[in-house]
Design a protein around this ligand. Structure first.
Ligand SMILES: [Zn+2]
Ligand SMILES: [Zn+2]
Length: 295
């Protein structure tokens, strides 16, 4: 579960490091596109199949690495990651505080543990992660970085969805008179679903019922859920909506997504706090560490 080298890429390429892909914003989405260093694959001459290294006969030809990479690029694209997050990787995460070092360690640890499981059934049973904390701490960056590793490193099918966009889509589906199935079904099927900004926006009881159906179906199918939220995974505070006049009285996650969705997520996921300084603040509190490029 690590980057495969493309036989037609240059291992010393600064853009793909031999993986043969670059992630670029294309229209609204981040896309995995062939790297500028690529030449016609010398191993399979572009057929996608190469002689078995064990010396197999022509009819026993195995899939070439270049063809596996093309499939994974398609899986990354199908994740529908917004263009503005095309730069997000684990190694490009800003480490401006101890808290950020800790959360990066936790996220790395989750991905490594998954890689070490090996067995696809065990991978399916791995608990997901909910990153929670105040805005501007890099939660979405980490979520996207994980999806990137999962699609390109593991070859998992992935999908990114923003909670308030999902709610808006359900709302317009309901107005058209459909039950939300067209929207929910593809989100049930992917190996890993990432829900950003869980609890953001006003959801009606009907919309939360559909979200509950989505989460429950994934739970029953043993499929991984990753999420971020600005709300704390504590007991209900009885506060329904954020209130600028009384910012200290904040809703808990359960107040925003309801009991059923919240308790299902607690069963399926580990909750990881994301602290540290606001990445969106105008000046960082201390100089940023130079980063070594990802190997
Ligand atoms: Zn390259
Ligand atoms: Zn090839």
């Amino acid at each position: 579960m690590s980057m495969i080298l493309h036989p037609g890429a240059s291992p010393s390429c600064a853009f793909c490091k031999g993986g043969g892909l670059e992630i670029k914003p294309v229209d609204e989405l981040a896309r995995a596109v062939p790297c500028r260093c690529l030449v016609v694959c010398p191993r399979c001459r572009g057929s996608g199949f190469a002689a078995d290294p064990a010396g197999g006969r022509v009819q026993n030809r195995a899939r070439c690495a270049c063809s596996v990479i093309t499939t994974r690029a398609g899986r990354f694209d199908a994740g529908r990651i917004p263009a503005r997050y095309a730069h997000c990787t684990l190694s490009s995460f800003d480490l401006t505080s101890e808290a950020q070092v800790r959360v990066l360690g936790a996220v790395h640890g989750w991905y490594k543990a998954r890689a070490n499981l090996g067995d696809p059934e065990a991978i399916r049973r791995q608990r997901g992660v909910v990153l929670w904390g105040d805005v501007g701490r890099g939660k979405t960056h980490l979520l996207i970085a994980l999806l990137r590793e999962l699609a390109l490193g593991e070859g998992a099918t992935v999908r990114f969805v923003e909670f308030s966009h999902l709610i808006a889509d359900l709302k317009s589906g309901f107005d058209r008179g459909d039950g939300g199935g067209d929207i929910v079904d593809p989100l049930v099927k992917v190996d890993v679903l990432a829900i950003d900004e869980l609890g953001k926006g006003r959801a009606t009881e009907w919309e939360l019922t559909i979200v509950d159906e989505l989460v429950s179906r994934r739970y029953n199918a043993l499929r991984t859920v990753l999420a971020t939220t600005n709300y704390e995974p504590t007991a209900s505070t009885g506060v329904e909506a954020p209130n600028l006049a009384a910012p200290e009285r904040r809703p808990a996650l359960v107040d925003r997504v309801g009991d059923r969705v919240y308790s299902r997520l607690r069963e399926m996921c580990d909750f990881v706090p994301v602290g540290g300084e606001d990445h969106r603040a105008a000046t960082p509190a201390r100089p940023r560490k130079p980063r070594t490029p990802r190997a």
